[in-house]
Design a protein around this ligand. Structure first.
Ligand code: HEC
Length: 122
């Protein structure tokens, strides 16, 4: 029979089409995941301090406000509004007088130094 050899060929073609369909579904699934990841990424971007002053404010309220007052006007500790950022970082690292040393570090320290030096960003 002449038609016979065509059958395996057709099977392979059909299998190929199925494979492509399956792969394209998998591909679409991946796109969905990527879109979700991008959504989360944006949230993280906001938190990770596109706005360093906002992070600084959070750190200040958590770790400094109790001693330096709501508006850095001083309380147990002296007024620190507008201090040079380097001086603020030094104070954080060394803990002058009765101020505890190492309250925050790294990016948090830089952010709060910025926040203090700008007098709260207003
Ligand atoms: C437990 C209370 C306390 C906390 C919390 C605290 N401080 Fe202080 N801070 C002090 C005291 C007291 C001094 C003054 C020390 C001295 O010179 O005798 C001081 C001094 C400073 C100075 C130097 C001021 C100057 O004019 O010499 C800076 C800057 C400062 N603190 C920043 C910060 C920052 C930023 C934070 C938060 C990360 C913070 N402090 C948290 C008590 C505190």
């Amino acid at each position: 029979m002449k038609g016979q050899p065509l059958i395996p060929f057709l099977l392979i073609a059909v299998a190929g089409i199925f494979l492509m369909l399956i792969l394209s579904f998998v591909g679409l699934g991946d796109f969905g995941e990527e879109a979700e990841e991008n959504g989360n990424g944006e949230e993280n971007g906001e938190e990770n301090g596109e706005d360093a002053v906002e992070v600084g404010e959070e750190v200040y309220e958590q770790d400094c406000l109790s001693c330096h007052g709501e508006n850095m006007e001083g309380d147990t500790g002296p007024a620190i509004e507008g201090q040079d950022p380097d001086a603020v970082i030094t104070a954080i690292e060394e803990g002058p007088g009765s101020m505890p040393e190492g309250l925050v570090d790294g990016e948090d320290a830089e952010a709060v130094a910025e926040y203090v030096s700008e007098g709260g960003g207003d």
